[in-house]
Design a protein around this ligand. Structure first.
Ligand code: GAR
Length: 215
């Protein structure tokens, strides 16, 4: 069984999606720890409800961000975490954490990377008037949302969409592809070669894309 550590900053609905898949027996993982950098994150309540250990680590208590990330890495290591999942973690992960878990950190991003990296991706998509957006699960490297892509899912964007309606539509798909990426990792089916993430048993790239039907 794969030991997973989750980092979150907010509502934690992606964290909940992972919890639900584990509870349903569809994800052979144990969530060892939730780390939050925000004491008001609703994710904390979700952890409590499911008896998952939760640590609030206050970045302001550390002289530098690097030292904060060393502390995060130490806590994850202390619980034998094998995969770190960023589930709405609103902080650029420091090099020290990336180096401590090479190829073992995943992030869910609410856009089709490399479009609209960073913050407020859904607003960026609306402002750009794209016709299609979506979400991406990728491995984390030292850049901002630049690591190798694992799974993407697309949603149509209509002229009536607002940041809120688009965010809601994308979030529904995030809840599908994030647990799916963790499942593939837990099954040992993800092989990283440079920028390419090969999914064993998934011979063409098209099979790895989840396309919801248009409304
Ligand atoms: C999600 O949309 C996630 O993709 C995004 O924050 C939201 C968290 O929702 N993450 C980022 O923007 C990271 N740059 P949640 O707390 O309900 O899972």
């Amino acid at each position: 069984m794969l030991n997973v550590g989750v980092l979150a900053s907010g509502s934690g609905s992606n964290f909940q999606a992972i919890i639900d898949e584990v509870a349903a027996g569809r994800l052979n993982c144990q969530i060892k720890l939730l780390i939050v950098d925000n004491p008001n994150a609703y994710a904390i309540e979700r952890a409590k409800r499911h008896s998952i250990e939760c640590l609030y680590i206050n970045p302001d208590e550390f002289p530098t961000e690097d030292i904060f990330f060393i502390k995060v890495a130490m806590e994850l290591r202390a619980r034998d975490v094998e995969l770190v999942v960023l589930a709405g973690f609103m902080r650029i992960v420091g090099k020290l954490l990336v180096d401590a878990f090479p190829g073992k950190i995943m992030n869910i991003h609410p856009a089709l990377l490399p479009s609209f990296p960073g913050l407020y991706s859904q607003k960026q998509a609306i402002d750009y008037s794209v016709k299609i957006s979506g979400c991406t699960v990728h491995f984390v490297d030292e850049g901002v949302d630049t690591g190798p892509v694992i799974i993407q899912a697309a949603v149509p964007v209509s002229p009536e969409d607002t940041e809120k309606t688009l965010s809601e539509r994308i979030l529904k798909l995030e809840h599908k592809i994030l647990p799916e990426a963790i499942r593939l990792y837990a099954e040992g089916r993800l092989k990283i070669k440079g920028r390419v993430v090969k999914i064993e048993g998934c011979e063409t790239r098209n099979e790895c894309i989840i396309n919801p039907p248009l409304r």
